[in-house]
Design a protein around this ligand. Structure first.
Ligand code: SAH
Length: 398
């Protein structure tokens, strides 16, 4: 194993069990090690501290597999890590064979660059780092060893792979061929998912807890569901007794699948879809003086890079302001940000500014976040990303 040395004083974050080592912290940042190979990480005095995967193309030059320098990164290692991740999901009650969940969440499950989502008996995998790519076959074998997995499909068509100089790639990796559509159950609802063509791996399991909350809140309300994708919140709201739901998304295939999900659950009657840009639709609804009792705003990542911070913050504020303007007295806004770069406190401040601009008095009644199968590893705060605020405006507003 090649020994790579940290510059003096650069071991601090590693000693706090953070797995990312940037090129600037390394003495041999251009070592001739092939992508993904395991290297020994040593301090400036040549004491071995960890073992990690080498990624020559990325500024994030090493991702630590293990802080135990004696660890061998082999099939047993991956079997053990995957086993621990699966145990947590079992503990959380998320292994119902008819359901789905995130089985492995990258750094949070101490498998940097490995994402695995389970759709009933099928696994959708993303290999997002040179190290994950290097051990692709081993990880696939370990997934096939799980008694509840019959097939593994790769969805490594994520743009982050470019940073690691890896091509985007999709296709069957092992086991039974993956059906075009897979039905999964969640909270008594049925969802058709498309693991082959859907966004990310097909379904947003991270919103499970948020869907439960929307179900609880939606009774007798007129709901506006923006960035609706395949209808997760629409079905949850109608299951909770919503009077009506208006959903909008710019993706026609997502809305077609949403249509089928509403039908599957018998909710098509009180629902309407619009395929359009949400920012435009909100302005149009506002100019028509439309009112709703529950507005859900779940946009895509509006701050994909630090450089997009200011523009992204403005977009979040714009959305929340328009959302508040569309609320009837006593109405509820659920607004989300899945941008990791957006701190919780800042999101709350932006939402507060939006309420001021809209002329409403609003109170937070609940904080929402990513579901527990997307846990935040305390030593890696970057694994926290999803913020949701449930705010209610005064019933004597206006
Ligand atoms: N709320 C969804 C997940 C939202 S993902 C759920 O419950 O599953 C973000 C969605 O926003 C995607 O479906 C994407 O197609 C859509 N989108 C992105 N930009 C948009 C825009 N400007 N107007 C409308 N939809 C947009």
């Amino acid at each position: 194993m090649t020994r790579i040395h940290l510059l003096p004083g650069k071991e601090k974050s590693l000693l706090r069990r953070h797995p990312w080592i940037f090129d600037g912290a390394l003495k041999e940042k251009n070592a001739p090690v092939p992508p993904g190979e395991t290297v020994a990480v040593c301090d400036a005095k040549d004491r071995m501290l960890a073992v990690g995967a080498w990624s020559p193309a990325s500024q994030l030059r090493i991702r630590v597999w293990s802080f135990d320098p004696a660890e061998t990164i082999d099939k047993n290692f991956f079997r053990r890590q995957i086993g621990r991740a699966v145990d947590l999901r079992r503990q959380l009650g998320l292994l119902d064979p008819a359901g789905g969940c995130r089985l492995i969440y990258s750094e949070s499950d101490q498998l940097p660059g490995v994402i695995v989502d389970r759709y009933a008996n099928f696994a959708a995998v993303q290999f997002l780092s040179a190290g994950a790519e290097f051990h692709r076959d081993t990880i696939t074998d370990c997934l096939m060893e799980l008694p509840f997995i019959d097939g593994v499909y790769e969805r490594s068509d994520a743009s982050v792979r470019r940073k690691e100089n890896l091509p985007e790639r999709c296709g069957r990796l092992a086991g039974t061929a993956i059906p075009e559509k897979i039905l999964i159950k969640e909270n008594g609802l049925t969802f058709e998912t498309d693991l082959l063509n859907g966004q990310k791996t097909g379904f947003y399991f991270d919103l499970r807890s948020a869907r439960e909350e929307v179900c609880r809140l939606a009774g007798n309300r007129r709901v506006l569901n923006m960035f609706s994708y395949t209808g997760g919140f629409a079905c949850a709201a109608l299951a909770g007794g919503a009077l009506s739901v208006l959903s909008a998304d710019s993706s026609a295939p997502a809305l077609a699948q949403s249509e089928r999900n509403l039908l599957l659950n018998g909710f098509e009657k009180n629902h309407r879809h619009v395929c359009t840009d949400v920012f435009e639709l909100l302005r149009q609804l506002d100019s028509q003086k439309e009112k709703f009792d529950l507005v859900i705003l779940d946009p895509p990542k509006l701050i994909p890079r630090k450089a997009a911070m200011i523009r992204g913050c403005r977009a979040y504020q714009d959305l929340a302001r328009l959302g508040y303007k569309l609320l009837a007295p006593g109405g509820i806004l659920c607004n989300f940000s899945c941008s990791g770069a957006m701190e919780s406190a800042l999101f709350q401040k932006i939402t507060a500014d939006a309420a001021l601009e809209a002329g409403v008095n609003a109170r937070i009644i609940k904080h929402l976040t990513q579901a527990p199968d997307h846990p935040t590893l305390l030593s890696v705060p970057e694994t926290f990303y999803l913020k949701g605020l449930v705010t209610v405006i005064d019933s004597d507003n206006q």
